[in-house]
Design a protein around this ligand. Structure first.
Ligand code: SF4
Length: 356
């Protein structure tokens, strides 16, 4: 499983631990109007059902705090209040039951305001996330570095962290989000070296689903492979529940999270079965089912079982039939038209047995 480069401080977000040796948590953010508690709660419920661990909600103004409180009251998962600039909204969101606040203390005014937010969060046992991105870097740092470089973003984040530390507050998570893969990797490596707070990974303004998935998998996957990162939010210009599906798949493919993985060969001139259709069908039918299993769909019996030795079960195409195999060892043949159904049944049997 996930081997962290270095264990970070553990913070508690409404009963969900972030950092330390805790699982990498999946987060998302609602995109409904926060003033509409019913619509926002419906989306929170959908996100929770999809596997979201922690959800963030924007608090654009004072009138959003009451509906935010309603959502918090009924939410099955911890809710984070996302605040920009107005420290009073942070105080009110904590009073409304927020499990975490996302705010940059350098943007809220003098140290008395920072202290007020820190004291309020400390008393309520609510952590704070400092979240820096290219758009939030201060003017003097932009002048110094010429652009929102990874170094500038890290320096900005460290400034915010120091303000909280000066207010004797350490229940902190930190995120630095860039819109390119290289800047995301570089800035997170730097902040990882410089602080012991849990790191929230993500690419900002990543784009529409296809492109953002590739970008996020490259950036977040690379960092996780280095053992860096405690929680992820995959930003997609799409329904937020899609973010959860992509986040889970990235975590599974990095070996950070257990799950069902369907592998398939790319097919070639030896292929004897409709790999594309069967692999898609199996993936769709197994989607959302809990458990750990690797299922393979391979085009030919010549190479398929051997190439997919690492899979728990699989099928490989033969002449008019499909060979079912387990850990690379042949089991039995079925007619090709029953291949997908047989593989699915076998997968479900194994998953049921493992759960018993
Ligand atoms: S498993 Fe067979 S069909 Fe698939 S790529 Fe390998 S050789 Fe080709």
């Amino acid at each position: 499983m996930y081997k962290r480069d270095r264990l970070k401080r553990e913070v508690n977000v409404g009963g969900i631990l972030l950092g330390g040796a805790a699982d990498v948590r999946i987060q998302s953010m609602t995109n409904t109007d926060t003033h509409d508690a019913k619509a926002t709660l419906a989306q929170v419920m959908e996100l929770a059902k999809a596997g979201c661990d922690i959800v963030r909600i924007a608090i654009p103004d004072k009138t959003a705090v009451v509906p935010f409180g309603v959502v918090v009251e009924h939410s099955p998962i911890p809710v984070v209040a996302d605040i920009h600039f107005d420290y009073r909204l942070a105080l009110e969101s904590v009073a409304a039951g927020a499990s975490k606040i996302r705010i940059n203390p350098g943007n809220i005014g003098d140290s008395s305001r920072v202290k007020a937010v820190a004291d309020c969060c400390r008393q309520a046992g609510v952590p704070i996330r400092v979240g820096v991105n290219a758009g939030s870097v201060e003017r003097d740092l932009l002048a110094e570095y010429g652009a929102p470089t990874p170094e500038a973003m890290v320096k900005s984040a460290l400034r915010h962290l120091v303000l909280l530390e000066n207010a004797d507050f350490n229940e902190i998570c930190v995120s630095i989000k860039a819109d390119t893969v290289t800047d995301t990797i570089k800035s997170n490596k730097l902040i990882h070296e410089k602080c012991d707070y849990p790191i929230h990974l993500g690419v900002t303004h990543a784009g529409t689903t296809y492109g953002a998935t590739i970008k996020s998998a490259a950036a977040v996957g690379s960092l996780l492979a280095m053992g860096i990162g405690d929680t992820v939010r995959i930003s997609l210009t799409d329904n937020p529940t899609e973010e959860i599906r992509v986040a889970r798949d990235i975590l599974k493919s990095c070996g950070v999270m257990d799950g069902i993985e369907v592998i398939a060969c790319p097919t070639c001139g030896r292929c004897r079965i409709d790999v594309i259709r069967i692999a898609n069908e199996i993936e769709e039918r197994l989607r959302g089912i809990e458990g750990k299993l690797k299922v393979a769909v391979m085009g030919c019996v010549v190479n398929g079982p051997g190439e997919a030795k690492g899979a728990d079960i699989g099928i490989a195409g033969g002449d008019g039939s499909a060979l079912l195999f387990m850990k690379g060892e042949p089991m039995y043949k079925v007619p090709q038209e029953r291949a997908a159904e047989e593989l699915y049944k076998m997968a479900m049997n194994i998953l049921t047995e493992r759960n018993e």
